[in-house]
Design a protein around this ligand. Structure first.
Ligand SMILES: [Zn+2]
Length: 460
């Protein structure tokens, strides 16, 4: 996790570090080339050790390319950025490329596949590495025009301009990020080095089970395992794959979810027992009851006038058990005016359910306690403004009652019994990978500390 954060920092300081290194580097090349060119102007540059250049991929690759292709030698590699309202030819003129070279460079790029389109859609801020043409050195450009592709332009030994698109090399890396929440999950996760994509994925995946507004406490912790694609030249993350495993520890209450692809190859998440991460809310939180009054306008049986009925009524004998419609927290359990004995469960930040006219509460029901879907919370009664024993059931979305029959929550399907052994093997593999990553993260930490120490010594 440190590494990603370091990369972000590095990215911010790259222009500064980069120009410093280029400065050093250009002296270096200059020197080498001038000696060499004096001896033999048409010689291909001597192969240089890569480690000298490994900090600055741009100079590295433009120089290496010229060596690889056997192009006209380059010198004084510098960089600039494409400015707003500027096209490539304007940028080249700004850095004092002569018109002759500018038009040859533009021409060779337009001859590429979709060259015109590429030229008209170069991103503002794109880094342009360049070597200016002279009598003895070749003009060359490297345009990092997408996350994954570079265009190289170079002069061959006959001074002719050529161009080619190159794919930037990349690698995938399994990543485990762990963090402790200070005040805010979002900020703490970003600080831990989690890419924003992954963070948003984590939030939507946990959103079925957790109310982020209220359930998160300072000191709660999280861990996420995912695969990222890294640009091998810049070491920047270019892509993140769906989360493989996520775990959140809320005041000792731990939720774990594992990615297991469905038959369509789409990622689905389940807990360690194979229960889907997607929570649904039961439309009928009672067994063997008759729906006696629907949601909508009706003549109120006691008040006598037409009133909006914002719930469902289920007629059932007094004492019939009432279930929690979904996983959540008991928000209210007590007398509530005309509702009589009343329970309200908060399921997520968005959904709540309420149960009214109860005769009594289950002994485990207390405000603030977690309940599981399908557990008994109370019993049918006729308390409050009621004509006879029934359950009045409400689904509340963003604090407004909605029709329980019409809510569309993604119904989560659990792992099938026939597949449970495969699933358990799968999660064992993920957990083993996690342990291996924990080990290597610890080792990296030690290495980073050593690195800092040695740096300090050099500075002193
Ligand atoms: Zn009712």
């Amino acid at each position: 996790m440190k590494k990603v954060f370091k990369n972000i920092l590095l990215w911010h300081f790259l222009p500064v570090i980069g120009s410093f290194i280029i400065l050093l580097f250009s002296f270096d090349i200059n020197d080498a080339n001038s000696t060499q060119i004096k001896n033999n102007a048409k010689n291909i540059p001597v192969k240089r050790p890569l480690n000298l250049l490994s900090l600055e991929e741009s100079a590295d690759t433009i120089f290496n390319l010229v060596q690889k292709i056997g192009a006209k030698p380059v010198a004084n590699i510098k960089r600039t950025r494409l400015k707003k309202n500027e096209n490539l030819s304007m940028a080249l003129k700004r850095i004092n490329f002569e018109n002759y070279h500018v038009s040859k460079i533009i021409k060779t790029i337009t001859e590429l596949n979709k060259g015109h389109k590429i030229l008209s859609s170069l991103p503002v801020g794109m880094i342009i590495h360049y070597s200016k043409p002279s009598n003895i050195t070749g003009g060359a450009l490297k345009l990092n025009y997408t996350k994954t592709k570079d265009i190289f332009v170079w002069q061959d030994i006959n001074d002719k301009y050529n161009s080619q698109v190159f794919l930037r090399p990349s690698r995938t890396e399994e990543t485990l990020i762990k963090g402790v929440i200070k005040n805010n999950l979002y900020i703490s996760a970003l600080k831990s080095g989690m890419p924003e994509n992954t963070l948003l994925e984590m939030i939507s995946l946990l959103g079925f089970s957790i109310d982020f507004q209220r359930e998160i406490r300072s000191g709660d912790s999280f861990e996420v395992l995912f695969t990222k694609k890294i640009d091998s030249l810049s070491d920047l993350v270019t892509e993140t794959k769906p989360i493989n495993y996520v775990s959140i520890n809320l005041s000792g209450n731990k939720l774990n979810f594992f990615n297991y692809k469905d038959k369509y190859g789409l990622p689905q998440y389940y807990d360690e027992n194979g229960k889907s991460s997607k929570r649904t809310i039961m439309k009928t939180p009672i067994n063997g009851a008759r729906l006696s009054s629907r949601y909508g306008n009706r003549k109120h049986p006691i008040l006598g006038y037409t009133k909006m009925h914002r719930g469902l009524d289920f007629a059932a004998p007094s004492g019939t058990p009432v279930f929690a419609a979904g996983d959540g927290f008991i928000e209210k359990a007590g007398w509530n005016g005309s509702y009589g004995k009343y329970i309200r469960i908060r399921h997520t930040g968005t959904y709540k359910t309420a149960y009214a006219h109860l005769s009594g509460f289950h002994k485990n029901v207390r405000i603030g306690k977690r309940v599981k879907q399908g557990k008994i919370i109370g019993y049918v009664g006729s308390t409050g403004r009621s004509t006879g024993p029934h359950l009045h059931y409400e689904v509340i979305k963003n604090n407004i009652q909605v029709n329980p029959m019409k809510i569309k929550l993604p119904a989560g399907k659990n792992i099938l019994k026939a597949d449970i052994n495969n699933y358990k093997n799968h999660i064992t593999k993920i957990l083993n990978l996690k342990i291996a990553l924990e080990k290597s993260n610890r080792n990296n930490k030690i290495a980073i500390n050593d690195h800092h120490n040695s740096k300090k010594l050099v500075l002193n």
